[in-house]
Write a protein that binds this ligand. Sequence first.
Ligand code: WQD
Length: 346
Amino acid sequence: MKKVIVTGGAGFIGSHTVVELFEAGYTPVVVDDFSNSHRSVLDALRALTSADLAVYDLDCTDAEKLAEVFRDDGHICGAIHFAAYKSVVESVRAPRKYYANNIGSLVTLLGVMQEFGLENLVFSSSCTVYGQPDALPVTEATPLQRAQSPYGFTKQVCEQLIDDLVDAKSPLRAVTLRYFNPIGAHPSGQIGELPIGVPDNLVPYITQTAAGLRETLTVFGGDYATPDGSCVRDYIHVVDLAKAHVKALDWITTQKSEPFNEVFNLGTGEGVSVLEAVRTFEAVNDLKLNYTVGARRPGDVEKIYANVDKARDVLGWRAELRLGDAMRDAWNWQTTLAQRGFAKQR
Ligand code: WQD
């Protein structure tokens, strides 16, 4: 069995990746402390994979507990590290929590991997490491700029840590995936984004507004130097993103054994404005969304979208789903939540 440890496996991207790993013939082992995810996701994953998933409820900064996963489970071929806090806004309010968890969990995982001789790692990073790029679209060679938030800085530090281990000739064969803006949900409506509290991110705020859980969506800024004045992002369907992780793991196992950290942008390659995203949501779901254009949000990058040639040429991966697919699936997920009595998350 090709066992893969998936830290943060009950989270938004982690849960979708568990499904794709299973469908590709891997045996995912879920590790999650459920501090930012729901245990109900596990039932959905068991239903979607019709497998009795192995799940470890633990904090990835706890080396002893994490080592038990490696002891309990037979041949593990790789680890995918999602476990991290991911709110830009919260990281500004609570930086210590972000440094301790996001950096601490990777440091711990890398130590336990070395202890058990596991070399293959897929690391979940973010386009936020680029800051506001000078030239667009960004390639993997685009220089990183000073992070705009503690969250972004933890991603830069984690990437640097992996590079430093490779330079020190540690037995590590890593792929770092820089996500652009993950959105949408599994088309089954069984899993999706479950933000706790008021969503920071655009699409869950849109779907909660459409569902009547929020009064109105505020578009943060209409005076940017973009075609319609609203910020531009590269929105990628979470299922496409999940499939890229399988491709990354497959690719690592075909590489020579010398240490490496290969970085890939994961986006669609297309820039979409907030207002375009809103209009697409309305069109594909035949809905009218209640929104206003308000003040800019501090720290927002004006425009960023990816050059995704490297993932295509090296991993043989490209996004296949469109913005409309993601907006349809996000709304389907929100209506499923309502049917299941999931009102506003805490
Ligand atoms: C997108 C656009 C907002 C909410 C961050 C992280 C990134 C990733 C996704 C984890 C911006 C606008 C939003 C709202 C709005 N994190 N917006 N009204 O900030 O691009 O990226 O989250 O995976 O790493 O950097 O995503 O969805 O918060 O914002 O107008 O109520 O939508 O101003 O232009 P962001 P976002």
